[in-house]
Design a protein around this ligand. Structure first.
Ligand SMILES: Nc1ncnc2c1ncn2[C@@H]1O[C@H](COP(=O)(O)OP(=O)(O)O)[C@@H](O)[C@H]1O
Ligand SMILES: [Mg+2]
Length: 510
């Protein structure tokens, strides 16, 4: 037997009996590689059977009579039928072998083909292809960005694959429309470019995988993205319908953090979410989910058919939500969102920016055009970032809330928490929080009482961690229990208006 010329750093099963992923390193290279063997799981007999079965299906499969039936379900049913019908000529496979063959058949015909194992591997967060004859890269939870042993070796093969992805996302991609942003059936986010139109190295794509189990606020605390006291502070703010904005760079964890924070709201809070691609997945039930639409017609792009974030924020006001949540603010929808907040709706959003000055600058200039007197309506801005964690040994990255500011007025920001990169700890200055003082005043309490409440809730969140209650819906249930116990003590009927009197602002809006 020939000694392999690589060392296996780790290996694990992705689909029991079906596939295995390895992280390896070739002896003459320092780089690690995500390695899947194309033969995984199939012996010679099974491979022959798979090829035969594919031929049978391409010849004999009829379109379903019932048009409503899902294609994957139909294919599985039909495969069962053909396996029985051709049991002998397929080589009288054992039950286990049949299962394997079926898995590979479905993967090849309607799954993600060469990417199937990667798509199934929960350790993988995203997948990118930079062109023909280049390794597919993945973002692995433990090993971060690493190349794989998979590559598309011909332009045609890659283009066909991208067209298939586009179909799966219900979209169209071609030389005439070479850019695509969409969502795959499992809610994975797909971006792609076609041929050399806009990408000189040929077609490209990136799939950002959707997590079935969203990162809960307890997970976030466990990862160190925030601590219990900061979470409790947000929790209190949301009960008073305060407005929050999460800022940071791409992939910093803004949307995930927003989702975790929304789940601190009392379960019956009425929310409307507005996104280009639906990513938010909170545990609230009184939730209207809106997504924008880009219309597409062959030969022309009829702008009138587009439904933009701007349109959706406007229509969301008619739903009378407690909170309007815009997944990612990029343009003029910011202006309407601030108007909505000014008229007493709660507002949450994320925005691509790397500091409070930067965000205010973006908000107050074209195309957002938010008036400076509206800026303090966004009560709190928090900055999340992917940072290098101090420590010995290999470099480790993680997401941290770097800073939290309360917005007193335009160009007057009050820091209430900051992350210390030297010891990976948070420092909070809630004593100096004017929002807490204002909330206390409205509630007829002392600020100290609210500070005590923050500590109480922090202890409560810690107890959830100690009991390993991490699943988003379990956490939400516990939070509901807690709020039921302390009902009406901290909830305000009306949102707090900070900078100006409400009437003054309304005039401005109307
Ligand atoms: N606090 C976190 N800790 C670990 N991983 C995270 C965290 N927040 C997000 N992620 C992961 O990082 C990726 C990007 O997160 P996302 O929230 O979409 O970022 P953004 O909205 O800033 O672009 C996702 O795959 C997500 O699962
Ligand atoms: Mg995002």
């Amino acid at each position: 037997m020939v000694e392999p010329d690589y060392e296996i750093i780790t290996k694990y099963t992705v689909n029991e009996h079906f596939s295995e992923a390895k992280i390896i390193r070739y002896h003459d290279q320092s780089e690690r590689l995500y390695y899947i063997s194309s033969e995984v799981g199939l012996n010679h007999k099974e491979k022959v059977a798979l090829d035969k079965l594919k031929k049978i299906i391409s010849k004999e499969l009829k379109p379903p009579e019932n048009k409503e039936v899902k294609p994957d379900k139909y294919l599985v049913e039909q495969t069962d039928f053909f396996v029985k019908k051709y049991f002998k000529s397929l080589g009288k496979l054992s039950e286990e072998s049949i299962e394997k063959v079926k898995y590979h058949l479905v993967a090849d015909l309607i799954g993600y083909g060469p990417l199937n194992v990667i798509m199934d591997d929960p350790q993988i967060e995203d997948i990118s292809c930079n062109g023909v004859n280049m390794p597919i890269y993945v973002w692995h939870k433990e090993f971060e960005s690493i190349p794989t042993n998979i590559r598309f070796t011909s332009k045609i093969e890659l283009n066909n694959f991208i067209v298939k992805l586009a179909h799966k996302a219900g979209k169209h991609i071609s030389s005439a429309h070479p850019v695509l942003d969409g969502m795959l059936p499992e809610n994975h986010r797909l971006a792609a470019t076609f041929m050399e139109e806009v990408s000189p190295k040929g077609s490209t794509f990136c799939i950002r995988k959707f997590r079935k189990d969203p990162i809960s606020i307890i997970d976030m605390i466990n990862y160190g993205t925030l601590n219990e006291r900061i979470a409790s502070y947000f929790w209190l703010l949301l009960e008073s319908k305060m407005n929050l904005m999460i800022i940071g760079g791409t992939g910093a964890g803004k949307t995930s953090l927003l989702n975790a924070i929304i789940s601190l709201m009392s379960l019956n809070t009425k929310i409307v979410t507005i996104e280009e691609v639906p990513e938010l997945n909170p545990s609230l039930t009184n939730w209207t989910q809106l997504t924008s639409r880009q219309s597409f017609k062959f030969g022309s792009r009829d702008q009138n058919q587009n439904i933009t974030l701007f349109d959706l924020v406007k229509i969301s006001l008619r739903y009378r939500p407690d909170y309007i949540i815009v997944g990612e603010v990029r343009g003029e929808e910011a202006y309407v969102l601030f108007q909505a907040i000014a008229t007493g709706h709660g507002g949450l959003c994320t925005l691509h920016a790397d500091g409070v000055d930067h965000v205010v600058k973006r908000l107050t200039s074209h195309p957002m055009n938010v008036s400076p007197i509206y800026i303090p309506l966004m009560n709190v801005v928090l900055h999340v970032e992917r940072v290098k964690i101090p420590g010995e040994g290999s470099v480790r990255y993680a997401r941290r809330i770097r800073n939290i500011w309360e917005i007193r007025e335009f160009e007057n920001y009050n820091p209430v928490a900051t992350w210390n990169p030297r010891n990976d700890e948070y420092e909070t200055f809630f004593d100096s929080s004017f929002l807490i003082r204002n909330m206390a005043e409205k509630l007829g309490k002392d600020a100290d009482e609210l500070l005590d409440e923050i500590d109480r809730r922090a202890r409560f969140l810690r107890s959830l961690r100690e009991d390993s209650i991490e699943d988003q819906s379990d956490v939400a249930e516990k939070i509901l229990d807690y709020t039921m116990m302390t009902r009406n003590e901290h909830e305000l009927d009306e949102p707090l208006m900070m900078a100006q009197s409400k009437d003054e602002l309304k005039e401005e809006v109307l």
